[in-house]
Design a protein around this ligand. Structure first.
Ligand code: DI6
Ligand code: FE
Length: 402
């Protein structure tokens, strides 16, 4: 067997299979052929007579699957630092919105931005994620709220994957907020999403999935269900911002539609957690938004564990509620704020994040046939990836075998 490249003298956390463990292998090796993993396991199990063009001695370092940030709003115009300052001085969300701030200020800045500007801004954030070992990043639209800007955002997101060696998956989030020109008519805007925006986005192949914000300040479960039905009719999988600020039973709704994931979930009840487990809908927890909003309601982690709901973790990188571009800090917050274990945190940014994107057959673990996306770390044990705050022990990042 002649491999393109082999990494040897490494310790592996394969995250393979469906177990809750890390799949640890001492004295391991990973071999790549044509961008895919051809072998991952104990060095003694390498096929006899193997050979490789490149041999890389990892000197005992740890190899994990490349990390996956499965929920971001990386593409947007402007910034919201000023709003943050106002909030520190005691201004409420409503006061800020009335003064022209909040999510609509990002919509205005995004509508005014050229595609090149959106790409340039997002690359700064993407580079941070990649520097911490991310090899796949999900990017949502949702700051355009009209067809032209939503598609510009999605094109900008796709371009990120051409500008950098990273895999980008895109999600259409037209139902993120109500645009000002809708004059308060949410149903009419949902009509436009289902009748015009979604078909256009689907026909251009711009979105890998469809998301919505189901919340009192956004869209109702009925409106969300209409978006999901329209997405399904076009053959698109769904995801949902659910139960972030109140329990509208978004988790259960997502499960009913067989959604890939339901995200946030601070207010989800046990019934919602059980429904998600049964449907295979992944719980994507977003501790950056929890922290930034000084939320105190914890997501129902015990119920997720009890029912076997899969748990992923992501940055939710967005200018309003989670200006976070560190997947390592998201893991630390997942452990410290949500009491997730090291195994849950690591699985949450690899195997389970892949599941939340519907891409488990391609990425998320060190298994033959999957894309050879690796992160090689200067650490003595996997817990260091979760334990340290503001420290990046990445030694090397490999995407598709390179
Ligand atoms: N949940 C959030 O916390 C953000 N979007 C969402 O669906 C808020 C986005 C923003 O304020 O820009
Ligand atoms: Fe989000």
């Amino acid at each position: 067997m002649r491999f393109d490249r082999i990494w040897f003298n490494a310790r592996l956390a394969t995250l393979a299979g469906d177990s809750t463990g890390l799949g640890i292998m001492e004295d391991g090796a990973v071999a790549a052929k044509d961008g895919r993993i051809a072998f991952a396991g104990p060095a003694r199990d390498l096929p006899t007579g193997w050979d490789a063009v490149d041999r890389i001695d990892c000197e005992g370092r740890w190899i994990t699957p490349g990390l996956i940030d499965c929920h971001t709003h990386l593409v947007f115009g402007g910034d919201r630092a000023q709003e943050f300052e106002l909030r520190l001085k005691g201004a409420s969300y409503e006061e800020i919105a009335r003064a022209g701030g909040g999510i609509i200020s990002t919509v205005k800045a995004t509508r005014a931005a050229r595609e090149d500007d959106l790409v340039a801004g997002a690359l700064l954030r993407l580079d941070h994620l990649m520097a911490e070992g991310c090899t796949t990043v999900e990017v949502k639209s949702g700051y355009g709220l009209d067809l032209e800007t939503e598609t510009r955002m999605l094109r900008a997101a796709r371009r990120l994957g051409e500008e950098r060696p990273v895999s980008i998956t895109t999600t259409f989030l037209g139902a993120h907020a109500l645009p000002p020109e809708a004059n308060g008519d949410k149903d009419a805007y949902i009509d436009e999403i289902c009748g015009t925006m979604l078909p256009a986005v689907a026909s251009e192949g711009l979105a890998d999935a469809v998301d919505a914000f189901c919340e009192g300040i956004a869209f109702s479960p009925e409106q969300t269900a209409r978006v999901f039905a329209a997405a399904h009719a076009l053959g698109l999988r769904t995801k949902l911002h659910a139960d972030q600020l109140s329990n509208l039973h978004g988790a259960k709704l997502a499960a009913e539609y067989g959604a890939l994931s339901a995200d946030h979930l601070e207010y989800t009840d046990e019934e919602g957690a059980a429904a998600m487990a049964k449907a295979g809908t992944v719980a994507v927890l977003l501790p950056g938004a929890f922290y930034m909003l000084r939320e105190t309601q914890l997501p129902p982690v015990a119920a997720f564990r009890k029912h076997g709901t899969r748990i992923a973790l992501a940055t939710d990188c967005n200018p309003g509620t989670s200006p976070l571009t560190s997947i390592l800090l998201a893991m630390n917050m997942g452990a410290t704020l949500f009491r997730l274990t090291v195994e849950e945190c690591l699985a949450g940014v690899t195997r389970e994040a892949a599941r939340a994107l519907g891409r488990s057959d391609e990425i998320g673990s060190l298994e033959p046939g999957k894309s050879c996306d690796l992160a090689i770390w200067n650490i003595e044990r996997p817990a260091e990836l979760v334990y340290r705050i503001g420290f990046n022990p990445l030694h090397a990042r490999i995407w598709r075998g390179q």
